[in-house]
Design a protein around this ligand. Sequence first.
Ligand code: ZN
Length: 164
Amino acid sequence: MTETDKVTDGQVISMDYTLKVDGETVDSSEGQEPIEFIQGTGNIIPGLERELYGMAVGDSKDVVVSAEDGYGKVDDEAYMDVPRNQFPADIPMEVGTQLELHDREGHPMHARIEQVGEESVRLDFNHPLAGKELHFAVKIAGLRAATAEELDHGHVHSADHQHG
Ligand code: ZN
C-alpha cells in the first residue's frame, strides 16, 4: 500500500456521511451519492477535515467536532430587529421561519425568525448549527489524486460539474 491509498492533501475524497446534532440526524448522504471534496483546501469544516488524514477506502470513523471547529459560536451581534411592516405579507410571522435576504451588494444572507413582537421581528443571522457540537459518522468511499486544474480551482470536477 502506498501513501496515495490514504487520505492526504490534494486528494479528491468521496465520502459517505451522517451528521447528528443533539441526537437528531440533520444531514446525510444516505440514499445519495457520496460527497466529493479536495482534502486540505477547506472545502469541508476544519474540525472534520483534520480527522480524515490517513484513512483508507472503506474506513469508517465517528468524529465529534466542537462548535468552535464547526460552524462557530453563537454571535450575540448577529441579531437584528426589523419592523413588521417591512416583511412581505406572504412570509409567515412564526418563530423558526427561514428567510433568504440580500445585503446591499445583493449577496444572499440566511436568517431565521427568532422572536415575533407586536411591532418588530427579531432575526437571527447565525448559522443554524452555530454553537452546536457536531457528531459525524463518515466512511471513505473513494480516493484519487486531484487534477492540476481541480487544485487550481480549489474544487472537484465531476460528471455534473465540468467547465472550461
Ligand atoms: Zn472548476
